[in-house]
Design a binder for this molecule. Sequence first.
Ligand code: ZN
Ligand code: ZN
Length: 241
Amino acid sequence: MIELINRILKIFLPPRCIKCGAILSDDDGLCPECFNQLNFITAPYCYKCGHPFEEVVNKKSQKLLCGRCSKKQKTPFRLNRSALIYDDISKDLILALKFMDKTENAKTLAKWLCMAGYDIWQEGADILVPVPLHYKRLIKRRYNQSALLAKELSKLTGIEVDYTSLIKHKSTKPQVQFSGHERVKNVRGAFSVKQAEKIKGKSVVLIDDVMTTGSTLKECAKALKAAGAKSVDTLTVARVI
Ligand SMILES: [Zn+2]
Ligand SMILES: [Zn+2]
C-alpha cells in the first residue's frame, strides 16, 4: 500500500534536483550536471586530519600523514573527515539546508557523509553527536541542521544519535563575523556535556555542516573529552581548504 502511494506521489511530485530543481528519474538528490560540479575530497588525504594532498608522497603507505599531523601536534580529534571542499556549489546546498528550510537536502548530504566517514566506521564509532545550537538560536531557526544530518546518517549507518548530552550553554555571535583567533575566542567554553555517563568511554563522531577553522568542533571535542569520551572524530559535509 505504502509503495503504491509512493508510486502515485512520484507521478505528481517527481523527485527534483536539490540544487537546480530539474526533474529526476531517480531520487538521487542531484541531476548529473549539478553532481559533476561538486568537488568531493578524495584520496590521497592525511589519514588523521583529512586534509587533501596535491600529490601522492608515498604510494605504498596506506595511512599518509600531513606535515602538521606527523609532528604529533596536540589535537582533541582522532580523525577529521569531510565529504566536499567548501566552494560556491557546496555552500549553496548547505545554506539551503541551514536557512531556507530545505530540510530534505539532509538525506542526500547524509549519503555523502556516510561515504566520507569510511575510515571512521573502520576505526569504530559508538554514537553520533550533532554540534548543538544554543536554545535561543534553535527557537529562531526551528531546527538544527546538524541534528537533521545526524538523524539521516544514523539511518544509513545504524549508529545511534545522542541529541541531548552535548549542549551549547553560552550564546555566541555567528562565527562568520570573525576570523582566525577571534573565532576561537568567540566559542571558547560555550559547550558542555550534560550527561557525562552517556559519553564516558564512547567513540564519538561529531556531525556538522561545515568545518572552517575547526574552532567550534574543537570546543565541542574538548567538552566531550572532559566528559570521558574515548575518542572524538569529526564528520562534516564540507570543509574550507
Ligand atoms: Zn541540478
Ligand atoms: Zn593531517
